[in-house]
Design a protein around this ligand. Sequence first.
Ligand SMILES: [Zn+2]
Ligand SMILES: [Zn+2]
Length: 181
Amino acid sequence: MDRAKTIEDIRLIPETIGEAGIEKDLTVSPDAMASILADKDLSVEESFHIHYEVKRRKENLHAGVDVRGRVRTNCSRCLGPMTHEVDLHLESEYVPAPPEMQGELEAQRTSPDTGYYRRELLLGQYIVSELVLSLPIIYTCGEGCRGLCPQCGANLNEGPCTCAAAPDPRFQVLAQLKNKH
Ligand SMILES: [Zn+2]
Ligand SMILES: [Zn+2]
């Protein structure tokens, strides 16, 4: 198993990929993953594992990628520590870039499913952008997380707090208004 310094380093030379294709397993260190994710609210304590296979179909190359790992963060509702499992499967077809195409080829892919290659195939850049896009915007420890009581700050996953018993005075005013109609 190879150790990749960063995922971005994964570049393939299409000329060297024959009919049999290629297959590789990589381990990416927690530090390298943390710098890729570049999010101070996420920490990475274990290595990530990447497996990829590239097969040739005449001029076209087809890449299948699996990314597995874990990030640690805090639940946005109850603020408790939590783990988010990354288990991403990607498939991309790569076609030869037309001669007039210039600049960064990965930035010009037509869709997540179709990209371009020239002398190199920038598989690492594709993996990084899809990985970042796959992460949640808001992390919650579970769908049923009850969060914190907005009044006393108790973690409601551990049981109801005493605030629930005393009705909010603001709601009493609303109830009185309703009764007048
Ligand atoms: Zn939670
Ligand atoms: Zn409370």
